[in-house]
Design a binder for this molecule. Structure first.
Ligand SMILES: NC(=O)c1ccc[n+]([C@@H]2O[C@H](COP(=O)([O-])OP(=O)(O)OC[C@H]3O[C@@H](n4cnc5c(N)ncnc54)[C@H](OP(=O)(O)O)[C@@H]3O)[C@@H](O)[C@H]2O)c1
Length: 303
């Protein structure tokens, strides 16, 4: 079996990648306690002791607003660490799968972004994630950089769980209706990641030859759920889906669409977060499911 080192293995994407690869590879799982990515020496040591064929970097500084006041912390994890992982991946001949974000763009384009569009991040989080992409590319390792968007899971900190919590507390929720994107479940991201690495029967072991074949197609890819909506549309779908799942009467809050300017946050967000995923489909034959399917699956998995 190939050996896979996963960072951020307790995060939304990291936990689902670990689950998706369980039994199909030998897993070396690291959370912040066992591998703090802000300590470069520890990264080198952990990779060298694991000698993996594949590294999945699912750790990141994801607190978009907090990053504005903690740029050094965000840069250490999002920009410096991916470069070190890249250098170590090259040294041991591993393929590096690294995740990035729609926030590398300023959102001014009228149509979905393609990989060749020039990035122009609006805030510290997006800027440090972009630096991380460039550091992985500069390291010379075989890599798959997957830019995704609006990630949620039935656990963790995300819009889905925030809406359900607010819905239980409030009569009315105001939700931004002028940012478009694709809510993407971490489960779908993990499935897509596995599908890039494995062409055989579902659940079968991933072979070194398959990892080598994926490495041949290295590059930067957009990987979001199919379709798009606004945060307001996502909120509507969350409460509709949640109501469908319960038999008795459910308390559904009144949703009020608002403009971004009426909900000021420390970090500006792109108005258009839509990413075209055609390159991923063309290169690997992989397409993530429609965002409503991912939502239904996450709602069904809620405790
Ligand atoms: N969340 C989104 O909406 C979104 C959107 C687009 C792209 N992405 C990208 O998708 C990837 C996965 O994100 P996610 O949604 O799974 O985020 P997440 O749930 O916040 O998970 C990130 C993980 O990284 C860990 N981490 C943070 N700082 C660390 C450090 N110094 N050392 C080691 N681990 C550290 C966190 O641990 P702690 O819990 O201990 O902090 C957490 O377990 C990231 O590359 C992210 O940039 C996310």
């Amino acid at each position: 079996m190939i050996r896979v080192l996963v960072t951020g293995a307790r995060g939304q994407v990291g936990a689902d990648v670990a689950r998706e690869l369980d039994g199909r590879a030998e897993l070396v799982l690291h959370d912040r306690a066992s591998l703090d990515l802000s300590h470069p020496g520890d990264i080198v040591q952990r990779v060298r002791e694991a000698r993996p064929q594949l590294i999945v970097n699912a750790a990141a500084y994801t607190a978009v607003d907090r990053a504005e006041s903690q740029p050094d912390e965000a840069r250490a994890v999002n920009a410096v660490a991916p470069g070190i992982l890249g250098e170590e991946a090259r040294r041991c001949g591993a393929l590096l799968v690294h995740y990035s974000t729609d926030y590398v763009f300023d959102g001014k384009k009228a149509s979905p972004y393609v990989e060749e569009d020039p990035p122009a991040p609006l805030g510290v989080y997006g800027a440090t994630k972009l630096e991380g992409e460039l550091a992985v590319q500069a390291s010379g390792c075989a890599h798959l950089i997957l830019r995704t968007s609006w990630v949620y899971a039935p656990r963790g900190k995300n819009f889905l769980l925030t809406m359900l919590r607010l819905g239980a507390e409030r009569e009315e929720i105001r939700v931004v209706d002028d940012q478009r994107g694709a809510p993407t479940s971490s489960r779908e991201i993990a499935r897509a990641t596995a599908a890039l690495l494995h062409r055989g029967a579902a659940g079968a072991a991933i072979t070194a030859e398959e990892v080598a074949a994926a490495a041949e197609r290295r590059g930067l890819f957009h990987a979001t759920a199919s379709g798009d909506t606004t945060w307001f549309g996502f909120a509507q779908a969350i409460f509709e889906g949640s109501a469908r799942r319960h038999d008795g009467p459910v308390r559904v809050p009144r949703l009020v669409p608002i403009a971004t300017r009426d909900y000021p946050l420390p970090a500006p967000r792109p108005a258009n977060s839509m990413l075209s995923c055609e390159k991923l489909a063309r290169t690997f034959g992989v397409r993530l499911a429609p965002w409503r399917d991912g939502l239904d699956e996450a709602l069904a998995a809620l405790p």
